[in-house]
Design a protein around this ligand. Sequence first.
Ligand code: ARG
Length: 464
Amino acid sequence: MAMWAGRFQKELDPRTNDFNSSIRFDARMFREDITGSLAHAAMLAKQGIISREDLEAIQDQLPKICQEIADGTLAIDPNAEDIHMFVEAELTARVGDAGKRLHTGRSRNDQVALDIRLYLRREMEEISKLAGEFVETLCDLAEKNAETIMPGYTHLQRAQPITFGHHLMAYAFMLLRDLERLAQTRARMNYSPLGSGALATTTHPLDRYATAAALGFDGIVENSLDGVSDRDFCLELASDLSILMMHLSRFSEEVVLWCSWEFKFVELDDAFATGSSIMPQKKNPDITELVRGKTGRVYGDLMTLLTMMKGLPLAYNKDMQEDKEAIFDAVDTVKLCLETVIPMTRTMRPIPENMRAAAAKGFINATDCADYLAKKGVPFRAAYKITGQLVARCIDQGLTLETLPLSEYRQASPVFEEDIYQAISLETCVKGRNLPGGPAPDQVKAQIATARKTLAALKEEAHV
Ligand code: ARG
């Protein structure tokens, strides 16, 4: 019989029991459930609500139950309604009345709100650690490639010369923002709902501050209705993770392009690429495609949560049981993606010759040619037009700006002199973009230093 069977005449219909049960997916919170129960029990004893003996019995058995679930000696009953009921029933089977007193002044509504927060807090620490590792990986690779010239793109058309290090650092800063967002979400989430009860607290003299402090919270949720019915932290986290996945997906898309024969800017390590069952020549970037694909899952999880919460009246509603599969899937997916993308990135081999060759085509120094004229007093719009005409002439004659004879330059404008070739060399173009944030090797090195400093600060304050 269910624990709440007092007012019922019949057993729950078996299919309805399956439908109603969340044990399949909430069993993973057993550690947090037990941690929360231990804090609640200690507070009940401190407040004189349960006896010292009851507390000792609870403190003796709950850690054992935790250990046994962890090592598999205690099997989770698939017919249990949820992890909270399962743990309480198991405890009661072992210690009798003390187990039955554990739930005094508590409801599964504040219990589950607590457990998810504790569970996600730990998962967020792991994700932050991985995101930090990815930032470090990007910084290391950028450092080695601070001078590696490649074409920068807009509209996927070659635009202006940059360095591979510059390109990688753009991703490092995206990931740093992800880390910051996770830290902010954690800060807003880190308040204890315990003591909210079913919705309206309790008449027992609980000490909410004591359990909040014991469980590492920064305070209590101030309103008990909000305490049991708020899932903002799930929405925020799913949104943080969606943005993070969008960043991984954009990076993945670039790696897919870079691995193609059309680009061949990088070669993936054999351990991080796959072959084809029929085409012997193939080496496919499946990992990055999967990351791109899995981004859709995480967006879907966010949409599930937003839709699930929309229009729910206060306070707890069973709809909210649907929060767990969505947010757990988002968390699992992000961890899986980061765990794979990091070593793939660490081992991927850039091919500077190919980047350089691509940079030498496509007139990516045309802006520099116009700037050359502008620096000699030609109004930029006029300089722009002259350069456009030169590019057209090059295309006609199968030349580049580097190989176009000086006579042709001078025909277009007498301002051109021999030093034009120096001005449009790719090295000059990259080194000359020496503003903060730019691709010049010194600037890239400065960006790496800033990123590393930001990461260290985040690690210090955000429990990474
Ligand atoms: N399994 C439930 C959930 O995940 C726990 C809370 C159930 N509360 C209730 N009153 N039925 O949301």
